[in-house]
Design a protein around this ligand. Sequence first.
Ligand SMILES: Cc1ncc(C[n+]2csc(CCOP(=O)(O)OP(=O)(O)O)c2C)c(N)n1
Length: 321
Amino acid sequence: MPEKLSKTIVKGMYKTMCTIRRFEEEGVRLYRQGFIRGYYHPYWGEEAIAVGICNALSEDDYLASTHRGHGHCIAWGADVDRMFAELLGKKTGFCSGLGGSMHIADVTKGNLGANGIVGSGVPIAVGAAMGAKIRKEQKVATVFVSDGGTNIGSFSEGLNLAAAFKLPVLFVIENNQYAVSTPIEDSTGEPLLYKRGLGYGVSGERVDGNNVLEVYEAAQKAVKNIRSGKGPYIIEGLTFRQSGHHVNDPGAYMPEDKLKYYLENDPIKVCKKFMLANEFSDQEIEAIEEEVKTKIKKGIDYAKKSEEMTEAEFMKFVEEY
Ligand SMILES: Cc1ncc(C[n+]2csc(CCOP(=O)(O)OP(=O)(O)O)c2C)c(N)n1
């Protein structure tokens, strides 16, 4: 094991990545079986970014997420029982089943929410960071945004404000190379998206978004600098959306060779290869995967057995808010 890493950390990161993957596989199955309404945007294939970043953060920090946010919430430590319950519209879910797949939030734990409005996590995180700075708290607000989200005005405005006030914000660009059916090369003249920050005085870097250890190392360094008052930073993780935009999009416009490359370099495969070369046995890895399977099964059972809100309970929310 390389000096800077411990076996426990690697095991934890692998377990969380497997949890996200299984959550999505089973979530999509539940969607297709008619248990989940609305849209479903799977995070599979991008696990290394959420997990590498969140492992470098602390429980007191803030998270702002996207419409593809299940992985961010799980990496942040959200209970999968309550996440499945939210997806199934049950009152035991994080938002009593009223938010669904795109709006999982737990403000009591600093998770300021996934969000269906592209780019909207940016002002939320920047605002949270400003609050932390005013209160003299050492918190970091992390916002995940995908390549399409970097073209939204709030991204530029947020970068500018964060830079001007040296706010503790970590901007994480998940460059999965597609915004619905638009490939990245059709939406920007500068493929290195972290460079968007340079005009505002915000530095950044691109890392291999399919390599959890690389993401984790960059995040550790960035978080340390941000916490010490050096202001915002951008980490761009290059990855690939492994299927269509949402469950009902076959993604036929995605080039097969590119997809094949990224499936072969899938973040879970990459991490497993590292583990087998560094002190882990097949049996140890299988044991982690079995533990995850059991946890996910328990989560689905919990969600299915949970109740939906009654009409009277639902109306109370409408009247109160
Ligand atoms: C402000 C806004 N514009 C348009 C949409 C419709 N929409 C939903 S997801 C999406 C694409 C987002 O692409 P990207 O930010 O790259 O995220 P990805 O789906 O690749 O994770 C669009 C255009 C929206 N939800 N919000």
